[in-house]
Design a protein around this ligand. Structure first.
Ligand SMILES: [Cu+2]
Length: 154
């Protein structure tokens, strides 16, 4: 085998390894997606994750869908005169060579109308809809009701 060919195979292996570390589409990478388990009968849930864009062009999150819930929306929790409330943000700009953090108390994906409560240990998939990059499938892990983060980040 030629040295060049060996090199090529090695590069391919590295690329596959990197691809396995998260969900990548055209510079968009989403990782550490999680939800908090909810009490039985609770019809809503939230999804948190890190989204990175290492591309040189900006993008925008314009929607989200999942088979796990009949309705899913991009939300942001805002402080409003000492009260916090959630607003629906239909379009969230993703900066070039930057990212977005969806976290408790801030941006989140809201799941509504759940027939089955989010249960610790389950996983499910959401599809993030990006204006430029298109659909990005993200695997979400449901953590304990007290979780504050995915635990396997940095
Ligand atoms: Cu919400």
């Amino acid at each position: 085998m030629s040295r060049y060919r060996k090199h090529l195979i090695r590069l391919t292996a590295i690329a596959l390894l990197l691809a396995g570390a998260g969900t990548a589409t055209a510079g968009i990478m989403v990782h550490d997606a999680w939800s908090r388990a909810m009490p039985p009968g609770h019809p809503t849930g939230a999804v948190y994750f890190e989204l990175e864009n290492d591309g040189q062009r900006g993008d925008a999150l314009v929607g989200v869908r999942t088979e796990r819930a009949p309705r899913a929306e991009l939300h942001q929790t805002i402080e409003d005169g000492g009260n916090s409330r959630m607003v629906h943000t239909p379009r969230v700009r993703v900066p070039a060579e930057g990212g977005l953090t969806f976290e408790p108390g801030g941006r989140h994906v809201m799941l509504m109308g759940l027939e089955r409560t989010l249960t610790e240990g389950e996983t499910y998939t959401i599809i993030l809809e990006l204006e430029r990059a298109g659909d990005v499938a993200v695997e979400v892990e449901v953590l304990a009701p007290t979780a504050m983060g995915s635990g396997h980040s940095h």
